[in-house]
Write a protein that binds this ligand. Structure first.
Ligand code: ADP
Ligand code: MG
Length: 359
């Protein structure tokens, strides 16, 4: 059930603009789909994303009353109070993504939790809402309309006219190609760190990325990087103890590492996630590269996926409104564990193996 957060909890949450560019819309909608337990997430983007972004999932969907509440400020099903912030295991928790997106676009949400019929919620600029359907006026000169709709179980959020009344924001965007590249980066990061979920990304109706959702890193790697990289890669997993005050906590790592003969000129091809959240975490990426050490040719960067799982209390996802970085209670212990796990994994992998999938 979705509830409104109390003011005390709200004030403990890192405030900030959630929506700065089309890629941030995609991140929020994909994370909502994953939090809803989706097995398939389909993302459609037109142009630079301001024309249209649509994310459809086959997750648990929402009831009519939840759907109507979801687009309002500080409403979430993922957190009940400030205490939960310590232990939150979902990707979302602020209850701000949908209203923030709706504040700068036209947002249409269609959802069904598995019943005979679903719900459509539209949030749009007040003057464009049909007056007889008007249900309630929410902030930012927006109006919300709730009506029945047909849909299989799951949720689709379609966002159009992004930044239509924010010309400065719109002008600050790069070319359509560059904005889509950012979108592709964030979807790829999730596709690789969640090989159990099938992702499809389309740009102007053209399929640009599809992963099969088999749960195997090899299959996701093959879909993203092709046969050469996938056939020179090995999966690994390891468990490390990290100090947590007087006690020790367990850090679990797994992922897939391409052999050091598969390299790129930039570090963007090291994909990391922390407790399920895919992140552009420079410290963790560097730790992965350091684990390769001298195996890499000079100036070259590795290709791989490393997932970390540690007790939620040791991670603070609340440091950064855009959620790019996380806080660790002991960051050095975490990066040391990543580096040594990668080094050990590479030393036991047969690095000369080629041709066949090594996973
Ligand atoms: P948050 O994710 O921080 O809770 P959001 O504004 O992103 O806040 O979403 C508000 C609520 O709407 C979520 O807590 C969830 O209950 C519901 N919701 C959003 N997207 C989906 C989805 N794709 N499937 C099911 N429920 C969703
Ligand atoms: Mg969310």
């Amino acid at each position: 059930m979705i509830r409104r957060l109390d003011p005390k909890t709200r004030s403990n949450i890192a405030a900030g603009e959630v929506v700065t560019r089309p890629a941030s819309v995609v991140v929020e909608l994909v994370e909502n789909a994953l939090d809803a337990g989706a097995e398939t997430v389909t993302i459609d983007v037109d142009g630079d994303g301001t024309d249209r972004i649509r994310v459809a999932d086959d997750g648990r969907g929402m009831s009519k009353s939840d759907a109507a509440l979801a687009v309002e400020r500080h409403t979430t099903s993922k957190l009940t109070g400030a205490a939960d912030l310590e232990t939150v295991e979902t990707l979302g928790f602020r209850g701000e993504a949908l209203p923030s997106i709706a504040a700068v676009s036209r947002l249409e949400l269609t959802t069904n939790e598995g019943g005979p019929r679903g719900t459509r919620v539209v949030v749009e600029r007040a003057e464009s809402a049909a007056s007889d359907e008007r249900e309630s006026r929410i902030e930012d000169g927006r109006e919300k309309t709730v009506s029945p709709a047909g849909r299989a179980r799951g949720t689709t959020v379609e966002v159009t006219d992004v930044f239509a009344d924010r010309p400065a924001r719109k002008k600050a965007l790069a070319s359509a190609k560059a904005e889509f590249a950012r979108i592709s980066t964030v979807v790829t990061r999730y596709a690789l760190t969640r090989p159990d979920v099938r992702f499809a990304l389309r740009h102007d109706d053209r399929e640009t990325l599809t992963t099969p959702g088999t749960g195997r890193f090899a299959d996701a790697m093959l879909a993203v990087y092709g046969r050469d990289a996938a056939s020179h890669a090995s999966t690994f997993d390891s468990v490390r103890d990290v100090a947590d005050g007087g006690e020790t906590a367990t850090l679990e790592l797994d992922g897939v590492l391409c052999h050091p003969d598969v390299t790129r000129s930039r570090r963007d091809h090291v994909h990391v996630s922390v407790n399920g959240r895919a992140l552009a975490e420079p410290r963790l990426r560097r730790a992965v590269a350091d684990g390769y050490g001298t195996l890499l040719p000079d100036g070259r960067e590795p290709v791989g996926v490393v997932r970390l799982r540690l007790p939620p209390a040791l991670v603070d996802h609340n440091v950064h409104p855009a959620k790019d970085e996380v806080g660790f209670r002991d960051a050095d212990a975490v990066t040391d564990a990543v580096e040594s796990s990668v080094r050990d994994a590479l030393s036991t992998a047969d690095l000369r193996r080629s041709g066949e999938l090594a996973m």
